[in-house]
Design a protein around this ligand. Structure first.
Ligand code: ATP
Length: 237
C-alpha cells in the first residue's frame, strides 16, 4: 500500500530461546489508527518496542515513509517523528508537569514552548497542575502527561502501550477521548491494548496477536462482530 506511513514485515523477536513474536506483518496508513490487541504476553509490547527501536528484531523489516528504518537508533526514530508512550506512564515523578513537557521537546527544534501551550489547551488539567511534581498526579493525569509529553516532540506516529492500564473507567474514557483528538490532528496512532473492545471501538483496523502470531485481522468494526474474536477476547462486558 503506497499510502502507508509505517509497515512491519515478517517481524520476529526473540528473547534468548523464547520466540516472542513470529512473522508479524501489518501496515499503518498515514493518519490512521491501528490497534494490536491480545492477551498478556501475546507479544504486543515486543512489536511496539521493535518499531520504537528499543529492541533489535531477530529478523524482519520496519519501513517508515518509504525507508527501511530497522537499523536506525531509537533517538533517530524520535527525531524523525516516531514516538512511544510507554506502558505504566513513566513520567519523571520528581520533576514538575512543565519540566516533563519541556523534556518532550528535546528534538523539537525551537518550537517547544508553542507546542507546550497547545498541549495545555488540549489538556487543561495539566495547565492547572503545571507547577506540581508529576508524581503527585493521579494515574489518569500521569497518562495524560505521558501522552502530552510525546506530542511535544511533534510526532507523525505515536505508539501507545496500554494507555488504559490500571485506570478507572471514567479515566479510561478521558484518555480515549484524548487519543481521538490526537488522531483528529492528523497524527497516526498505533495502539496496543489488552482491553480489546475499547481499542477496537476507536481503531480503523485491528490485529489480534496470539502467542506471538497474528491470529485475526481486519476492519476493527468487523472484528468486534467476529464470533471467534468475541468469544476469546470480548467476553463479559
Ligand atoms: P503485556 O501485556 O504483558 O505487555 P505483551 O502482549 O505486550 O504482554 P510481550 O511483553 O511482548 O507481550 O511479551 C511476549 C513474550 O515475550 C512473553 O512470553 C514474555 O514473557 C516474553 N518476554 C518479554 N520480554 C522479555 C524479556 N525481556 N526477556 C525474556 N522474555 C521476555
Amino acid at each position: 500500500m503506497s499510502d502507508s506511513i509505517l509497515a512491519v514485515s515478517g517481524l520476529h523477536v526473540s528473547y534468548g530461546r523464547i520466540a516472542a513474536v513470529r512473522d508479524v506483518s501489518f501496515e499503518v496508513p498515514e493518519g490512521g489508527l491501528v490497534t494490536l490487541v491480545g492477551a498478556n504476553g501475546a507479544g504486543k509490547t515486543s512489536v511496539l518496542s521493535a518499531i520504537a527501536g528499543l529492541l533489535r528484531p531477530k529478523s524482519g523489516t520496519i519501513t517508515y515513509r518509504g525507508r527501511p528504518i530497522t537499523r536506525w537508533s531509537a533517538h533517530r526514530r524520535v527525531g524523525e517523528g516516531i514516538v512511544l508512550v510507554p506502558e505504566g506512564r513513566q513520567v519523571f515523578a520528581t520533576l514538575t508537569v512543565a519540566e516533563n513537557l519541556q523534556l518532550g521537546g528535546w528534538r523539537a527544534k525551537g518550537r517547544t514552548s508553542a507546542t507546550i501551550k497547545e498541549m495545555y489547551d488540549l489538556f487543561p488539567v495539566l495547565a492547572e497542575r503545571r507547577k506540581l511534581p508529576a508524581g503527585s498526579l493521579s494515574g489518569g493525569e500521569q497518562q495524560m502527561l505521558a501522552i502530552a509529553r510525546a506530542m511535544v516532540s511533534r510526532p507523525r506516529v505515536v505508539l501507545m502501550d496500554e494507555p488504559s492500564m490500571g485506570l478507572a473507567p471514567l479515566m479510561v474514557d478521558e484518555v480515549y477521548g484524548v487519543i481521538e483528538q490526537i488522531r483528529a490532528r492528523g497524527v497516526t496512532v498505533v495502539l496496543i491494548e489488552q482491553n480489546a473492545r475499547r481499542a477496537l471501538r476507536i481503531a480503523d483496523t485491528g490485529y489480534v496477536l496470539e502467542t506471538g502470531e497474528i491470529a485475526h485481522s481486519g476492519l476493527a468494526a468487523e472484528l468486534l462482530e467476529d464470533s471467534r474474536v468475541v468469544s476469546a477476547y470480548l467476553g463479559g462486558e
